[in-house]
Ligand binder design. Structure first.
Ligand SMILES: Nc1ncnc2c1ncn2[C@@H]1O[C@H](COP(=O)(O)OP(=O)(O)OP(=O)(O)O)[C@@H](O)[C@H]1O
Length: 629
């Protein structure tokens, strides 16, 4: 009976697995702001304001001047308005006919009107200045982020948490949309509040501290809430990062066939919804905390607000303040209250923004510390020799090296083929040879110059790489070929590179030839087949006429004609350069002058094709397997 039940249970389909929980350790696993004290976080405000002003100053000085001047004008207008109100209240609340009282108060009333108008105009001008700065500021921050990521050492990508910090920094970039608004509103509320508070303390010194106490709890509450929001945001970063990637992979037309034909849609949607719900759960779990904060701060604020109005009534009732001044005090209390509330609300918003901006700044600082800065040596042509001496490279978090003590000499005019099982270290070896990674131990030299001391731009200026997984750039055909090279008016060399990979006919058939945009997703864009894209990637490397040409599985998607043509071309231009071909198609290694076989990061066999075929080693075994069909 029990076994029938368990058989039945075993035959039931399993529920879909939820998205993996992302947990990581290492230098990025701790939120630096999570440990910061409340005071340290509060002290950030002036720094954030300063940073915003400096960034904005670089972009549009006139707009910054306007932005800083407007709060001062608004403040002056508020002071004038209060003084004129006090002046108008005397006659308005005095004796005489309505006409007489109005006539007497008229000059003060006119000043009130002008002051209110000036304050409004200053507000509008500030909005204009803010609209001039914000888009440029966002572009500046966004571009700085993209540039910083493009310039880091490639090894940084493999560091746990690096891309999550990038995700956190992206949020900082998004917040630049509101940071000028926040800063501008904060400053003008501050000035308004200071002037109103000044007037209020002249009227009666008791009212201001009471008002401050009435507003302060709201400020503390807003800052505590901002901190809770940020904590939730931080807890969700890793999940949001993965969700963003999955969103792209699931919805980009490039992978649409795979998603549909393998019936992945239901699971992908389930996955996406589950991860979003997980983020939502964290957010909702914080709701009681924010409710408690809001209730407590409102309660305390309410008590002090009642006390303020009570004090004002008491002052007027006991003739400690004349009625006209009491009426002005009502306006001053209202203005100060509004100003204080705005200072608190916008200060908290600025504080909130500053948390994300700190993430952005921290990432930019970290990325710039990780930027590729090596020596000043410069590689000159021709590159006669590249040498690897006992090179070792281990990826972060891995327990053994991907390349483990490899020594090799490559000479101009030679073709080297690198073969070996998946994961044996072939691609990593090419990254060491090009200086994309620097060896942990040993060294790689170009013409005797250690890559660790050489300006990488001079190395990569002489390199042409067709990686295993290459980008399909949403650019025109021409730029897809010339990308990375100085622009030229002459399309001749572009057509040469296209001819070399047999792509002339397909390109001529495109609606706009070389000008056709290769992006199916974009209106008017065209799409190439997988093999055609690979040919374009090869033509890009050939167009560069590099001193070092590296082709990592360059023909895996090509038809035999295309493959034959590419290898013929490689042979015909090999005399002038060092060529490396990484391949699993061992027949293709016939063209090589030298073949190395890699196993677990080491070179275990090497020689010419004919020697290795008869050596009875791994190469011979792999070749036999590839022919055993
Ligand atoms: N970016 C990376 N971060 C961490 N480990 C990596 C990274 N790239 C490769 N590795 C690891 O390094 C080892 C060698 O990988 P490599 O890509 O060099 O192998 P390969 O010989 O080119 O494999 P294939 O034939 O599958 O392309 C593998 O164990 C792999 O898991």
């Amino acid at each position: 009976m029990a076994s029938a039940e368990s058989r039945e249970r075993a035959s039931e389909p399993l529920p879909p697995p939820p998205p993996a929980e992302i947990k990581y350790a290492g230098e990025y696993s701790v939120n630096p702001l999570g440990q910061a004290s409340f005071r340290r976080l509060g002290a950030q405000l002036p720094r954030v304001l300063g940073r915003i002003i400096v960034m904005a100053w670089r972009i549009d000085r006139r707009a910054v001047v306007l932005l800083l001047a407007c709060p001062v004008v608004t403040g002056a207008a508020a002071a004038l308005l209060l003084a004129a109100t006090a002046r108008a209240m005397g006659p308005l609340l005095g004796a005489g006919t309505v006409g007489d009282r109005l006539r007497e108060a008229l000059p003060a009333l006119v000043v009130i009107g002008i002051a209110a108008g000036v304050a409004r105009v200053a507000g509008v001008v500030a909005m204009y200045a803010e609209r001039r700065i914000t888009p440029l500021l966002t572009t500046e921050a966004d571009t700085a982020l993209v540039e910083a990521v493009c310039r880091v050492e490639a090894s940084a990508y493999a560091v746990d948490g690096f891309s999550d910090r990038q995700e956190a920094a992206e949020m900082g970039v998004m917040r630049t949309h509101v940071m000028v608004t926040d800063a501008q509103r904060f400053l003008s509320a501050l000035v308004r509040m200071v002037t109103a508070a000044g007037a209020l303390s002249v009227l009666n010194p008791l009212l201001l501290p009471l008002l401050l106490l009435a507003v302060l709890p709201a400020g503390v509450g807003a800052i505590l809430t901002a901190r809770v929001d940020y904590e939730i945001h931080y807890a969700n970063i890793a999940d949001r990062n993965v969700r963003g990637m999955m969103r792209w992979w699931s919805t980009t037309p490039k992978y649409g066939d795979e998603v549909r034909a393998n019936s992945m849609t239901a699971y992908l949607i389930f996955w996406y919804r589950s991860l979003s719900e997980r983020c939502d759960r964290r957010t909702l779990a914080a709701a009681p905390r924010t409710l408690r904060i809001a209730l407590a701060s409102s309660l305390v604020a309410g008590v002090f607000l009642v006390a303020t109005w009570g004090a004002l009534v008491w002052l007027a009732a006991t003739d400690r303040i004349v009625l006209a001044l009491a009426a002005t005090a009502v306006v001053a209390v209202q203005t100060t209250l509004a100003g204080l509330s705005q200072v608190i609300i916008n200060g908290a918003a600025l504080f909130h923004t500053s948390l994300y901006l700190s993430d952005m700044q921290a990432f930019l600082d970290d990325a710039s510390a990780r930027a590729t800065v090596r020596g000043t040596l410069s590689v000159a042509l021709p590159v006669e020799e590249i040498r690897l001496e006992e090179t070792v490279y281990q990826y972060p978090g891995k327990d053994r090296p991907a390349v483990d003590g490899v020594s090799l000499t490559l000479r101009r005019g030679e073709i080297l083929a690198v073969v070996g099982a998946n994961g044996s270290g072939k691609s990593t070896l090419t990254r060491l040879i090009t200086g994309i990674y620097l060896a942990d131990k040993g060294r790689v030299t170009w013409n005797g110059m250690d890559l660790a001391e050489t300006d990488p731009a001079t190395v990569w200026g002489h390199t042409g790489l067709v990686p295993q997984i290459f980008a399909q750039w949403p650019l025109r055909v021409r730029e897809n070929v010339t990308l990375g090279q100085p622009r030229s008016r002459d399309d001749g060399p572009v057509w040469d590179a296209i001819d070399a990979v047999g792509m002339r006919r397909p390109v001529e058939d495109l609606t706009a030839g070389l000008d056709t945009l290769l992006a199916r997703e974009v209106f008017g864009g065209a799409e190439l087949s997988g093999g055609q894209w690979q040919r374009i990637a090869c033509s890009r490397a050939l167009y560069r006429r590099p001193a070092l040409l590296i082709l990592d599985e360059p023909t895996s998607q090509m038809d035999p004609r295309g493959e034959h043509q590419i290898f013929e071309r490689i042979k015909s231009i090999a005399g002038d350069r060092i060529t490396i071909v990484v391949t699993h198609r061992l027949e293709n290694t016939r063209l090589a002058d030298h073949i190395v076989v890699m196993e677990q990061g080491r070179i275990t066999e090497q020689g010419r094709y004919d020697d290795l075929v008869h050596a009875g080693g791994t190469f011979a075994e792999l070749l036999e397997l590839s022919q055993d069909r």
